[in-house]
Design a protein around this ligand. Structure first.
Ligand code: SF4
Ligand code: SF4
Length: 306
Protein backbone atom coordinates (compact mmCIF):
# COMPACT_ATOMS: atom_id res chain seq x y z
CA UNK A 1 0.00 0.00 0.00
CA UNK A 2 1.24 3.51 -0.89
CA UNK A 3 0.50 6.46 1.43
CA UNK A 4 -0.37 10.08 0.52
CA UNK A 5 3.36 10.83 0.12
CA UNK A 6 3.76 8.06 -2.44
CA UNK A 7 5.76 5.90 0.01
CA UNK A 8 5.16 2.20 0.57
CA UNK A 9 4.27 1.17 4.12
CA UNK A 10 7.00 -1.46 4.21
CA UNK A 11 10.08 -1.84 6.42
CA UNK A 12 12.79 -4.41 7.13
CA UNK A 13 11.95 -5.93 10.51
CA UNK A 14 14.40 -7.49 12.97
CA UNK A 15 11.81 -8.95 15.32
CA UNK A 16 8.48 -8.53 17.05
CA UNK A 17 9.07 -8.91 20.78
CA UNK A 18 6.14 -9.73 23.01
CA UNK A 19 5.59 -8.86 26.67
CA UNK A 20 8.13 -6.06 26.81
CA UNK A 21 8.09 -3.99 30.02
CA UNK A 22 10.71 -1.38 29.14
CA UNK A 23 9.35 0.33 26.05
CA UNK A 24 6.59 2.53 27.41
CA UNK A 25 3.66 2.04 29.80
CA UNK A 26 2.32 -1.42 30.67
CA UNK A 27 2.95 -4.68 28.86
CA UNK A 28 3.90 -4.00 25.24
CA UNK A 29 4.65 -5.64 21.94
CA UNK A 30 7.76 -4.02 20.47
CA UNK A 31 8.45 -4.00 16.75
CA UNK A 32 12.14 -3.53 15.93
CA UNK A 33 12.68 -1.84 12.57
CA UNK A 34 16.04 -2.54 10.92
CA UNK A 35 18.30 0.36 9.96
CA UNK A 36 19.61 3.20 12.11
CA UNK A 37 20.98 6.67 11.44
CA UNK A 38 23.35 6.53 14.43
CA UNK A 39 26.06 4.07 15.38
CA UNK A 40 26.17 4.35 19.15
CA UNK A 41 29.25 2.68 20.60
CA UNK A 42 27.14 1.05 23.32
CA UNK A 43 24.24 0.03 21.03
CA UNK A 44 22.10 -2.73 22.55
CA UNK A 45 20.50 -3.62 19.22
CA UNK A 46 23.50 -4.11 16.90
CA UNK A 47 21.44 -6.37 14.66
CA UNK A 48 19.15 -3.37 13.98
CA UNK A 49 21.80 -0.89 12.83
CA UNK A 50 22.35 -2.01 9.22
CA UNK A 51 19.25 -1.72 7.01
CA UNK A 52 20.27 -4.87 5.13
CA UNK A 53 19.13 -8.41 6.00
CA UNK A 54 21.76 -10.25 8.08
CA UNK A 55 22.49 -13.80 9.17
CA UNK A 56 22.75 -14.36 12.94
CA UNK A 57 24.38 -17.42 14.50
CA UNK A 58 22.82 -18.94 17.62
CA UNK A 59 25.77 -20.73 19.21
CA UNK A 60 23.72 -22.73 21.71
CA UNK A 61 21.92 -24.47 18.84
CA UNK A 62 24.96 -25.15 16.64
CA UNK A 63 26.00 -28.82 16.48
CA UNK A 64 29.00 -28.09 14.24
CA UNK A 65 27.63 -29.97 11.21
CA UNK A 66 29.23 -27.46 8.80
CA UNK A 67 26.25 -27.81 6.46
CA UNK A 68 26.27 -24.01 6.15
CA UNK A 69 29.87 -23.85 4.88
CA UNK A 70 29.07 -26.40 2.21
CA UNK A 71 26.13 -24.54 0.68
CA UNK A 72 27.36 -20.95 0.83
CA UNK A 73 27.94 -19.88 -2.80
CA UNK A 74 30.03 -16.87 -1.75
CA UNK A 75 32.37 -18.57 0.72
CA UNK A 76 31.22 -16.07 3.31
CA UNK A 77 31.27 -18.49 6.27
CA UNK A 78 34.38 -19.24 8.31
CA UNK A 79 35.17 -20.42 11.84
CA UNK A 80 37.22 -18.48 14.34
CA UNK A 81 37.95 -20.06 17.73
CA UNK A 82 34.98 -22.39 17.37
CA UNK A 83 32.55 -19.63 16.42
CA UNK A 84 30.83 -19.26 13.05
CA UNK A 85 31.69 -15.97 11.35
CA UNK A 86 29.78 -14.54 8.40
CA UNK A 87 31.73 -12.07 6.29
CA UNK A 88 29.15 -9.29 5.89
CA UNK A 89 30.94 -7.91 2.83
CA UNK A 90 30.64 -11.22 0.98
CA UNK A 91 27.22 -12.37 2.23
CA UNK A 92 24.27 -11.40 0.04
CA UNK A 93 21.66 -12.79 2.46
CA UNK A 94 20.54 -15.51 0.04
CA UNK A 95 19.44 -17.61 3.03
CA UNK A 96 20.81 -20.94 1.77
CA UNK A 97 22.83 -21.52 4.94
CA UNK A 98 19.73 -20.90 7.06
CA UNK A 99 17.79 -23.52 5.10
CA UNK A 100 20.67 -26.00 5.21
CA UNK A 101 21.35 -25.83 8.96
CA UNK A 102 19.86 -28.98 10.55
CA UNK A 103 19.69 -27.40 14.03
CA UNK A 104 18.23 -23.98 13.08
CA UNK A 105 21.31 -22.27 14.47
CA UNK A 106 21.32 -19.67 11.70
CA UNK A 107 18.67 -17.02 11.38
CA UNK A 108 18.10 -14.40 8.67
CA UNK A 109 16.73 -11.14 10.10
CA UNK A 110 15.56 -8.03 8.28
CA UNK A 111 13.08 -9.30 5.71
CA UNK A 112 10.77 -6.49 4.51
CA UNK A 113 7.23 -6.66 5.92
CA UNK A 114 4.15 -4.56 5.31
CA UNK A 115 2.47 -2.55 8.06
CA UNK A 116 -0.68 -4.67 7.59
CA UNK A 117 1.24 -7.90 8.13
CA UNK A 118 3.00 -6.61 11.27
CA UNK A 119 -0.22 -5.08 12.65
CA UNK A 120 -1.97 -8.45 12.34
CA UNK A 121 0.81 -10.02 14.44
CA UNK A 122 0.72 -7.22 17.03
CA UNK A 123 -3.06 -7.36 17.38
CA UNK A 124 -2.90 -11.03 18.33
CA UNK A 125 -1.63 -9.74 21.72
CA UNK A 126 -4.54 -7.34 22.17
CA UNK A 127 -5.89 -9.09 25.25
CA UNK A 128 -2.60 -8.35 27.10
CA UNK A 129 -2.92 -4.59 26.61
CA UNK A 130 -5.92 -3.98 28.86
CA UNK A 131 -3.64 -2.89 31.73
CA UNK A 132 -2.42 0.14 29.77
CA UNK A 133 0.08 -1.53 27.43
CA UNK A 134 0.16 -1.53 23.65
CA UNK A 135 2.44 -1.32 20.62
CA UNK A 136 5.91 0.26 20.61
CA UNK A 137 7.83 0.76 17.38
CA UNK A 138 11.57 0.78 18.04
CA UNK A 139 14.72 -0.08 16.14
CA UNK A 140 17.06 0.93 14.66
CA UNK A 141 15.43 4.24 13.88
CA UNK A 142 11.69 4.09 13.05
CA UNK A 143 11.86 7.67 11.73
CA UNK A 144 13.71 6.35 8.66
CA UNK A 145 10.49 4.48 7.72
CA UNK A 146 7.73 7.02 8.40
CA UNK A 147 5.18 5.56 5.96
CA UNK A 148 5.46 2.13 7.58
CA UNK A 149 5.37 3.52 11.13
CA UNK A 150 2.40 5.83 10.53
CA UNK A 151 0.38 3.07 8.87
CA UNK A 152 1.21 0.51 11.58
CA UNK A 153 0.30 3.00 14.31
CA UNK A 154 -2.96 3.91 12.54
CA UNK A 155 -3.99 0.26 12.20
CA UNK A 156 -3.30 -0.42 15.88
CA UNK A 157 -5.03 2.77 17.07
CA UNK A 158 -8.08 1.91 14.97
CA UNK A 159 -8.18 -1.37 16.90
CA UNK A 160 -8.10 0.56 20.20
CA UNK A 161 -4.44 -0.19 21.00
CA UNK A 162 -2.16 2.43 22.60
CA UNK A 163 0.83 3.25 20.37
CA UNK A 164 4.34 4.50 21.14
CA UNK A 165 7.34 5.20 18.91
CA UNK A 166 10.90 5.16 20.24
CA UNK A 167 13.15 7.51 18.26
CA UNK A 168 16.74 8.71 18.46
CA UNK A 169 15.53 11.84 16.64
CA UNK A 170 18.04 11.48 13.80
CA UNK A 171 15.64 11.56 10.86
CA UNK A 172 13.87 14.16 8.76
CA UNK A 173 11.81 16.81 10.60
CA UNK A 174 8.79 15.81 8.52
CA UNK A 175 9.12 12.18 9.61
CA UNK A 176 8.99 13.13 13.30
CA UNK A 177 6.05 15.44 12.61
CA UNK A 178 4.05 12.75 10.80
CA UNK A 179 4.75 10.15 13.47
CA UNK A 180 3.79 12.57 16.29
CA UNK A 181 0.49 13.31 14.52
CA UNK A 182 -0.31 9.58 14.49
CA UNK A 183 1.05 8.05 17.72
CA UNK A 184 -0.06 8.37 21.36
CA UNK A 185 3.44 8.59 22.81
CA UNK A 186 6.92 9.51 21.59
CA UNK A 187 9.88 8.05 23.49
CA UNK A 188 12.63 10.50 22.52
CA UNK A 189 16.27 9.69 23.21
CA UNK A 190 18.52 12.51 24.38
CA UNK A 191 21.88 10.88 24.85
CA UNK A 192 24.60 13.53 25.07
CA UNK A 193 24.41 17.34 25.01
CA UNK A 194 28.06 18.05 24.19
CA UNK A 195 28.19 17.92 20.40
CA UNK A 196 31.83 16.79 20.17
CA UNK A 197 31.18 13.95 22.56
CA UNK A 198 27.93 13.10 20.75
CA UNK A 199 29.84 12.78 17.48
CA UNK A 200 32.44 10.59 19.16
CA UNK A 201 29.85 8.28 20.75
CA UNK A 202 27.31 8.03 17.92
CA UNK A 203 29.12 9.09 14.74
CA UNK A 204 26.78 12.07 14.25
CA UNK A 205 26.25 15.61 15.50
CA UNK A 206 23.31 16.12 17.87
CA UNK A 207 22.24 19.29 16.05
CA UNK A 208 19.42 17.70 14.06
CA UNK A 209 18.28 15.61 17.04
CA UNK A 210 17.90 18.70 19.24
CA UNK A 211 16.28 20.66 16.41
CA UNK A 212 13.76 17.88 15.78
CA UNK A 213 13.04 17.71 19.49
CA UNK A 214 12.32 21.45 19.66
CA UNK A 215 9.96 21.12 16.68
CA UNK A 216 8.23 18.14 18.30
CA UNK A 217 7.78 20.07 21.55
CA UNK A 218 6.42 23.10 19.67
CA UNK A 219 4.02 20.85 17.75
CA UNK A 220 2.79 19.41 21.04
CA UNK A 221 2.55 22.81 22.75
CA UNK A 222 0.50 24.15 19.82
CA UNK A 223 -1.90 21.19 20.03
CA UNK A 224 -0.88 19.91 16.59
CA UNK A 225 0.10 16.50 17.92
CA UNK A 226 -1.61 14.19 20.35
CA UNK A 227 1.59 12.39 21.27
CA UNK A 228 2.77 12.64 24.86
CA UNK A 229 6.55 12.93 25.22
CA UNK A 230 8.87 10.82 27.34
CA UNK A 231 12.62 11.43 27.30
CA UNK A 232 15.11 8.59 27.61
CA UNK A 233 18.79 9.05 28.44
CA UNK A 234 21.10 6.04 28.43
CA UNK A 235 23.58 6.24 31.31
CA UNK A 236 26.66 4.62 29.83
CA UNK A 237 29.81 4.39 32.00
CA UNK A 238 32.74 6.18 30.39
CA UNK A 239 30.40 8.00 27.99
CA UNK A 240 27.04 9.63 28.80
CA UNK A 241 26.96 8.82 32.52
CA UNK A 242 28.38 12.11 33.77
CA UNK A 243 26.84 14.73 36.03
CA UNK A 244 27.69 17.39 33.42
CA UNK A 245 25.70 15.60 30.74
CA UNK A 246 22.68 14.81 32.91
CA UNK A 247 22.63 18.39 34.19
CA UNK A 248 22.88 19.81 30.67
CA UNK A 249 19.99 17.65 29.45
CA UNK A 250 17.90 18.65 32.47
CA UNK A 251 18.58 22.35 31.86
CA UNK A 252 17.67 21.96 28.20
CA UNK A 253 14.40 20.25 29.14
CA UNK A 254 13.56 22.97 31.66
CA UNK A 255 13.39 25.48 28.77
CA UNK A 256 10.73 23.44 26.92
CA UNK A 257 7.15 24.73 27.05
CA UNK A 258 5.45 21.47 26.10
CA UNK A 259 4.70 19.05 28.95
CA UNK A 260 7.37 16.36 29.30
CA UNK A 261 5.57 13.53 31.05
CA UNK A 262 8.61 11.59 32.06
CA UNK A 263 12.41 11.55 31.86
CA UNK A 264 13.89 8.07 32.17
CA UNK A 265 17.53 7.57 33.08
CA UNK A 266 18.32 4.14 31.63
CA UNK A 267 21.24 2.46 33.38
CA UNK A 268 23.65 0.63 31.07
CA UNK A 269 23.67 -3.17 31.13
CA UNK A 270 25.86 -5.56 29.18
CA UNK A 271 23.13 -7.98 28.11
CA UNK A 272 23.86 -7.20 24.45
CA UNK A 273 27.12 -9.18 24.66
CA UNK A 274 25.42 -12.25 23.27
CA UNK A 275 24.02 -10.31 20.28
CA UNK A 276 27.50 -9.11 19.30
CA UNK A 277 28.76 -12.67 19.51
CA UNK A 278 25.93 -13.85 17.26
CA UNK A 279 26.95 -11.20 14.73
CA UNK A 280 30.60 -12.23 15.02
CA UNK A 281 31.57 -8.78 16.28
CA UNK A 282 33.55 -7.59 19.26
CA UNK A 283 31.92 -5.03 21.56
CA UNK A 284 33.90 -2.32 23.28
CA UNK A 285 31.48 -2.37 26.22
CA UNK A 286 31.40 -6.16 26.71
CA UNK A 287 33.34 -5.99 29.98
CA UNK A 288 32.25 -2.56 31.12
CA UNK A 289 31.15 -2.76 34.76
CA UNK A 290 27.61 -1.69 35.61
CA UNK A 291 27.02 1.62 37.36
CA UNK A 292 27.07 1.28 41.14
CA UNK A 293 24.08 2.24 43.25
CA UNK A 294 26.02 5.30 44.48
CA UNK A 295 26.77 6.45 40.92
CA UNK A 296 23.13 6.02 39.92
CA UNK A 297 21.99 7.98 42.96
CA UNK A 298 24.48 10.75 42.17
CA UNK A 299 23.25 11.02 38.56
CA UNK A 300 19.60 10.89 39.61
CA UNK A 301 20.23 13.68 42.11
CA UNK A 302 21.92 15.75 39.37
CA UNK A 303 18.86 15.23 37.15
CA UNK A 304 16.53 16.35 39.95
CA UNK A 305 18.61 19.47 40.66
CA UNK A 306 18.84 20.54 37.02
S1 SF4 B 1 20.16 4.99 18.16
FE1 SF4 B 1 19.67 3.06 19.21
S2 SF4 B 1 19.63 1.48 17.60
FE2 SF4 B 1 20.64 3.30 16.74
S3 SF4 B 1 22.81 2.88 17.07
FE3 SF4 B 1 22.09 4.12 18.82
S4 SF4 B 1 21.52 2.65 20.41
FE4 SF4 B 1 21.66 1.52 18.44
S1 SF4 C 1 23.07 -16.05 3.52
FE1 SF4 C 1 23.90 -16.97 1.60
S2 SF4 C 1 25.76 -15.76 1.17
FE2 SF4 C 1 25.20 -15.32 3.30
S3 SF4 C 1 26.42 -16.76 4.52
FE3 SF4 C 1 24.41 -17.75 4.14
S4 SF4 C 1 24.68 -18.98 2.27
FE4 SF4 C 1 26.42 -17.53 2.39
Amino acid sequence: MVDENGERAVAPIVSVQRASTEDGPGLRTTVFVKGCSLECLWCHNPEAVSPKPEVLWNDWRCMGSRACDAVCPREAISRVDGTVRVDRKLCDACGRCVEACPSTALELVGAPRTAEDVAAEVLRDRSYYSGGGGLTVSGGEPGLRPAFVVRLVQLCRQAGVHTAVDTCGMCSPRAIERIAEAADLILYDLKEMDDRRHRRFTGQSNERILGNFLRLAAQRAAGRSRAAIWIRTPLVPGATATEENVTAIGRFLSTIEAPIERWELCAFNNLARDKYRRLGRTWKFADTPLLSREELERLTAAARRS
